[in-house]
Each structure stands twice: as structure tokens, then as C-alpha cells.
Design a protein around this ligand. Structure first.
Ligand code: HEC
Ligand code: HEC
Ligand code: HEC
Ligand code: HEC
Ligand code: HEC
Ligand code: HEC
Length: 496
């Protein structure tokens, strides 16, 4: 009795055989990878790609080859074509030549598979590298890349904040990456690039991979120095202890927002989330409080679920790495570090206005900085220039450097396009909610008492500091008291 073939004869063709072998191999590899993915807790980002994207593609191809081969074979038979030697292929494991051929085939394709896996892994690693993200579309990402390089996160990979681990966000990011490439080719992308808060991953999966919520800091001592343009660049110092929160006193401090003791939800009326008019706080014990402003669009009808955002790290730390600093801060810093001589007449105001000016290109800006300073000191302070030509040159170079690191005319990227939500001086930041105007039903407001978040421990002109570790009432450098009634941002915007 002859052995019955297990499948219709059309399946006995080389293409289908290949399909079967590939599928079986990939299947085995997949099983192993799934196992690895399950076991490894750390960075399974790369493994995810292979396991979830590349290999399934190969597996699908392998499976498709099986029916394709059958179709090809049937056509051949229908057309009555001479059956080739190959098509006669018959496998018989008792024949040594067949056995060897199969062995060679399996080992060969196994090696091939491994190689292509390694290859795609490398290619993948490359697309995830800082260099790829930051420099491939050079002009486009140049501002973010430059600021990033000079930030505390300069060694953290772009993908660790923008993608995080796991396959689903990976797929989302590559899909949006493709869309971006398309826009770059067309040249119709936004200048500056819009902030990705809407599709940025929740901070719990990114920031908190490195910074954990339970890590509290007692106080952070900040020492700020300013050179007052209106007072001959005299140096003013403000020293404050920022209340970060602490183990003993968990329920207070800035990081109480870190979802440890309360959750904060909010709704904004603008896409930049600068105009926040509805806020809900939910305490650990379940106590809830809703705060609205008098003119809130959500006063009568509360916001829809999709308009509400749960506050996380990025709502305060929205510029942890792409820090485009404002001109006043940049010049104060350079004067403090002595890169710009504080004795140079009127340099604070010159520097700030040169940095804040709008230019069409970096080259134009650098040239303008040089010529403006040269002319200014030649005409206004010839004596100073005569004795301090090197100081003027040093200041010129320092301001040019600050410009190239913080202002990007080509992409229209600078501090005033990206409000930084830490603080409240140049942008509303904390005062988006802490302005004494968001009130709950009981009539109590989200506080803006100055000592809620920080205690001023020293302030005044250099050499004439008043100090008190228990706290001082704030003194504004120009001696005026408008700050008590007027938001800082009414007068301050960083330079422009
Ligand atoms: C420490 C985390 C972190 C790292 C690392 C990081 N980013 Fe970002 N990035 C952010 C956050 C947060 C935002 C959203 C900013 C906002 O909402 O104001 C952002 C925004 C952006 C934007 C939108 C434009 C803008 O300036 O807001 C671009 C483009 C960008 N990042 C590119 C990159 C590139 C390229 C790298 C690597 C060279 C990188 N990022 C590394 C956190 C990060
Ligand atoms: C891959 C790890 C990693 C990730 C992800 C990460 N950070 Fe950091 N972060 C660091 C390191 C490292 C430092 C530098 C610590 C130092 O210099 O002492 C830092 C510093 C900081 C600082 C202090 C900066 C300063 O000026 O001193 C803040 C604030 C911060 N990170 C916020 C964030 C936020 C917000 C995110 C998410 C958008 C984030 N980080 C994501 C590793 C990370
Ligand atoms: C309510 C706003 C707010 C939220 C929400 C917030 N932070 Fe902060 N964080 C601050 C402020 C303000 C500082 C101090 C500013 C400074 O360092 O100049 C700070 C400082 C830090 C620092 C630096 C501490 C140091 O000693 O230098 C890190 C790291 C940090 N935050 C991480 C996080 C992480 C991670 C989250 C989310 C779990 C988070 N923050 C949520 C406001 C916030
Ligand atoms: C989205 C609105 C919102 C923003 C933005 C915001 N907060 Fe708050 N904050 C709240 C709410 C709501 C409370 C709780 C108020 C209550 O329950 O009375 C709170 C409470 C606090 C407390 C505790 C106050 C206390 O009495 O112990 C501190 C400290 C604080 N915030 C600091 C900050 C800092 C610093 C920033 C800016 C970096 C900031 N917050 C930004 C909504 C906000
Ligand atoms: C909700 C918390 C909060 C409240 C309320 C608050 N501040 Fe601040 N303040 C901050 C934070 C956060 C910073 C930024 C610290 C930093 O630069 O890292 C800051 C920074 C400052 C600075 C330094 C500004 C700079 O950028 O150089 C001054 C001055 C200041 N605050 C004064 C005040 C005064 C005056 C009040 C009362 C009208 C007040 N603050 C109320 C949180 C607060
Ligand atoms: C009515 C306008 C006005 C208001 C409101 C105001 N300021 Fe000022 N501020 C000024 C002027 C004017 C100067 C002096 C600038 C100079 O001499 O260079 C100044 C200087 C400063 C400086 C020194 C700046 C530098 O870089 O040299 C700081 C810091 C400051 N103010 C903080 C604040 C804070 C914080 C608030 C809100 C609590 C605030 N100001 C509200 C007008 C204002």
C-alpha cells in the first residue's frame, strides 16, 4: 500500500516548503523572545521591536509563502508544464542526501535569521540614538538638541523621555515619526516645533523610571543674583529655601503634588495650558475640592473628561532639558560667572536687548552683536573702551555664545515661544493656579502667599544683605511694592 500524502499535492512544492521552514523557525525564536521579554524587567524596548514588529512580519511572510507556493504549483500543473527537477522534490529522511540537504537548509536559514535579527537590531538602535533623533534633520531638531546637550539631561537618551519602554508607545512614536519625516520633506512643519504634551507619555512611565516619587528633598537652597540695569548694574542677591517636602512633614512642600498625598486635576482653556481656570484636588482621604476662577469657561458646566488632565511632573518640569533661557537670566549668569565684566557700563541692558532682538539668522545675530557693542562703546563710553578693549571683546564672545545656545532664528525657537512652568517670574508657571483667584465653594483659594513655597532667608544689595533664617518679607529690587498686587508677569517677560 502506498503512503497517502498528508496534504493536497499542490502543497508539495519548494516555495511552500520554504514557507513552512521559515514559519517554524521564526515561531521558535518568537517563543524564546516572548520568554525573555517576560523575564527582563528593565529596558525591553529593543527586544519589543524585534518581538512585536520585525519577527511577526517575517512570520507572516513565511506563512504567506505556503499558499503562494501552492497557487504557483497548481498553475504549473494546469498549464501542463514540464515538471522540473525541483518540482519533483520529494523528501525522504531515510535517504542521507535528503537528510543532509535539510540539515544544511535549516542551519543556513537559522544563521541567516540570526544575522538579519542582529542587523535589524543595529538599525533599530541607530534610529533610537541621540544622534539620530537630534541631528539627522539637523535644522529641525537643532534647537532642542543644543539645549539638551547643555542640560542636566545631556546624557539621557531622547527616547527615554519621548518614548519610554514597551511596544505600544514604540509603535505610536514610530508612526508619528514617519508623519514627521513626511512634513520635513514637504517643509511644512511648525517653526518652532509644537510641544508634544498631548502625546507625550505620562511622566510615570518616563521621568519616574529614573526619579522616583518617594524621593523627597527637605529644602533646596537657591541663591539668585541679579545685576540691576536701572542701578548701574549693581548686584542684588535673593536667597531662598524652597520647600520641597520631607518625610516628617509629607503633606506640604512643592512635591506634595507628586501624587503622594494628593492628586491634582485641571482643565485649561488654551492648548499651551497657560490659562488654567478649573482645578480639582483629591486628598488621600478622599476629600475633594474644586477651584474655579470667576471668569472660568467651566464655571457653569464642568469640563468634559477629555479636557481634564491629571497633573504630573511635566506640568511643572515642562522644560527639564530643552531649556531656552531668557535673556535677563543669561546675562545675569554670565556676569555672575565673570564671563562679562560687571563693571562694564550699561552692559546688562545692552546684553539683554541684543539677545532678545529678533533676527533672521544666527549669522546675522552674531554680526549684529559684534557691531552694535563696538559702536555703542565707541560712541558712548570711549574712555572705557580705550582701557578695556579686551573686556569688550570678551563680552562680545560671551553674548554670541549665549545666543547660539539659546536662540534659534531658523526655527523661531527661543524662551518666549516655550513658557517654562517652574517658578512665576517671566511666565505664569505656579501662578497659573496659585494666584489667589481660583476658589472653591467654601470660598478658600489656592494660595499665593509668598512663604508657601519658599522662605526668603537673605536679600539685598551685595554687602548690605538683610538675613533671617526664619524668613523675611520679600523685598523687590527696585524698592517698589507693586508686586504685592500685580502679577510678576505684568512687568517681567525675560527680556523681549
Ligand atoms: C529629560 C527628558 C527629555 C529628554 C532626554 C529629551 N526630551 Fe524632548 N521634550 C521633553 C519634554 C518634557 C518636552 C515637552 C516640552 C513642553 O511641554 O514644554 C519635550 C519636547 C520636545 C520637542 C518639541 C519642541 C519643544 O522644544 O518643546 C522636540 C522637538 C524634542 N523634545 C526633541 C528631543 C530630542 C531630539 C531629544 C534628544 C536629543 C530630546 N527631545 C530629549 C523631554 C525630554
Ligand atoms: C534616564 C534617566 C532619566 C530620565 C528618564 C529623566 N531624568 Fe531627570 N535627571 C536624570 C539625571 C541623571 C539628572 C542629573 C542629576 C544630577 O545632575 O545630579 C537629572 C536631573 C533632573 C532634574 C534636576 C535638574 C537640575 O537643574 O538640577 C530635574 C528637575 C529632572 N531631572 C526632571 C526630570 C523630568 C521632569 C523627567 C521626565 C520628563 C526626567 N527628569 C527624566 C535622569 C533622568
Ligand atoms: C508642583 C510642581 C512640581 C511637580 C508636579 C513636580 N515638581 Fe519636581 N520640582 C519642582 C520645583 C519647584 C523644584 C525646585 C526647582 C529648582 O530646582 O530650581 C523641583 C525640583 C525637582 C528635582 C531636583 C531636585 C534637586 O534637589 O535639585 C527633581 C529631580 C524633580 N523635581 C523631579 C520631579 C519628578 C520626577 C516629578 C514627578 C513625579 C516632579 N518633580 C514633580 C516642582 C514640581
Ligand atoms: C494645576 C494647578 C496647579 C499648579 C500649576 C500648581 N499648583 Fe500647587 N497646588 C495646587 C492645588 C489644587 C493645591 C492644593 C490646594 C488646597 O488643597 O488647598 C496646591 C498646593 C500646593 C502646595 C501646598 C500648599 C500648602 O498649603 O501646603 C505647594 C507647596 C504648591 N502647591 C507648590 C506649587 C509650585 C511650586 C508650583 C509651580 C512649580 C505649583 N504648586 C503649581 C494646584 C496647582
Ligand atoms: C506656589 C508656589 C510659590 C508661591 C506662592 C510663590 N513662589 Fe516665588 N517661586 C516659586 C518657585 C517654584 C520659584 C522658582 C525657583 C527656581 O528658580 O528654581 C520661585 C521664584 C521666585 C523668585 C526668584 C525669581 C527668579 O526667577 O529669579 C522670587 C523673587 C520669588 N519667587 C518671589 C515670590 C514672591 C514675592 C511671592 C509672593 C507674591 C512668591 N514668590 C510666591 C514658587 C512660589
Ligand atoms: C510693576 C512692575 C513690576 C512688577 C509687578 C514686578 N516687577 Fe520685578 N522688576 C521691575 C523693575 C522695573 C525692575 C528693575 C529692573 C532693573 O533695574 O534692571 C525689576 C527687577 C526685578 C528683579 C531683578 C531682575 C534682574 O534680572 O535684574 C527680580 C528678580 C524681580 N524684579 C522679581 C519680581 C517678582 C518675583 C515679581 C512678582 C512677585 C515682580 N518682580 C514683580 C518691575 C516689576
Amino acid at each position: 500500500m502506498t503512503k497517502q500524502p498528508k496534504f493536497s499535492e499542490v502543497f508539495y512544492n519548494p516555495i511552500s516548503y520554504l514557507g513552512v521552514v521559515v514559519s517554524v523557525l521564526v515561531f521558535v525564536v518568537e517563543v524564546i523572545l516572548f520568554g525573555l521579554e517576560m523575564l527582563s524587567s528593565a529596558s525591553n524596548l529593543y527586544l519589543g521591536l524585534i518581538t512585536y514588529l520585525i519577527l511577526p512580519g517575517v512570520l507572516l511572510t513565511g506563512l504567506l509563502l505556503i499558499p503562494l507556493g501552492a497557487i504557483w504549483r497548481r498553475r504549473q500543473i494546469r498549464r501542463g508544464e514540464a515538471i522540473t527537477e525541483l518540482a519533483h522534490l520529494r523528501l525522504d529522511l531515510s535517504i542521507p542526501t535528503h537528510r543532509n540537504a535539510i540539515l544544511v537548509f535549516i542551519i543556513g536559514s537559522g544563521i541567516l535569521m540570526l544575522m538579519s535579527m542582529a542587523g535589524s537590531y543595529k538599525a533599530y538602535q541607530y534610529t533610537e540614538s541621540v544622534e539620530f533623533c537630534g541631528t539627522l534633520c539637523h535644522n529641525v531638531m537643532h534647537p532642542e538638541y543644543t539645549a539638551y546637550k547643555n542640560s542636566p539631561h545631556g546624557k539621557v537618551k531622547c527616547v527615554e523621555c519621548h518614548i519610554g519602554s514597551g511596544a505600544d508607545w514604540f509603535v505610536k512614536s514610530k508612526a508619528s515619526g514617519l508623519r514627521q519625516v513626511y512634513h520635513v520633506i514637504l517643509g511644512d512643519y511648525h517653526r518652532p516645533i509644537e510641544v508634544p504634551v498631548h502625546n507625550l507619555r505620562p511622566a510615570a512611565d518616563t521621568c519616574q523610571e529614573c526619579h522616583w516619587a518617594g524621593k523627597f528633598f527637605g529644602v533646596k537652597n537657591l541663591r539668585k543674583t541679579y545685576y540691576l540695569a536701572e542701578q548701574n548694574d549693581r548686584k542684588w542677591i535673593t536667597q531662598m529655601d524652597l520647600h520641597m517636602g520631607g518625610h516628617e512633614n509629607k503633606n506640604s512642600g512643592v512635591h506634595a503634588h507628586m501624587n503622594l498625598d494628593q492628586e491634582v486635576y485641571y482643565a485649561a482653556e488654551d492648548a499651551e495650558r497657560q490659562k488654567i481656570t478649573w482645578v480639582k484636588s483629591v486628598k488621600r482621604n478622599g476629600e475633594q475640592s474644586v477651584f474655579v476662577t470667576k471668569t472660568s469657561a467651566f464655571k457653569e458646566t464642568p469640563p468634559r473628561a477629555d479636557q481634564i488632565r491629571k497633573m504630573d511632573c511635566i506640568d511643572c518640569h515642562n522644560r527639564p532639558t530643552h531649556q531656552f533661557s531668557p535673556p535677563d537670566r543669561l546675562i545675569n549668569g554670565a556676569m555672575e560667572r565673570n564671563e562679562i565684566d560687571a563693571a562694564m557700563p550699561e552692559i546688562k541692558e545692552r546684553g539683554v536687548s541684543l539677545l532678545a532682538k529678533h533676527y533672521t539668522s544666527t549669522e546675522e545675530a552674531l554680526l549684529n552683536i559684534r557691531t552694535t557693542l563696538a559702536t555703542f562703546y565707541k560712541e558712548k563710553h570711549p574712555d572705557y573702551l580705550a582701557q578695556n578693549a579686551t573686556k569688550v571683546e570678551q563680552a562680545t564672545l560671551a553674548i554670541q555664545k549665549l545666543f547660539t545656545q539659546n536662540m534659534f532664528p531658523m526655527m523661531n525657537a527661543r524662551w518666549d515661544m516655550f513658557p517654562d512652568n517652574i517658578g512665576h517670574m517671566n511666565t505664569p508657571g505656579c501662578f497659573r493656579c496659585h494666584d489667589n483667584k481660583h476658589r472653591n465653594e467654601a470660598g478658600s483659594a489656592i494660595t499665593n502667599k509668598c512663604d508657601t513655597c519658599h522662605t526668603i532667608v537673605a536679600q539685598g544689595f551685595e554687602g548690605a544683605l538683610e538675613k533671617n533664617l526664619d524668613g523675611l518679607e520679600y523685598k523687590h529690587p527696585d524698592g517698589e511694592e507693586d508686586w504685592k498686587t500685580t502679577p510678576c508677569t505684568k512687568c517681567h517677560n525675560g527680556g523681549a
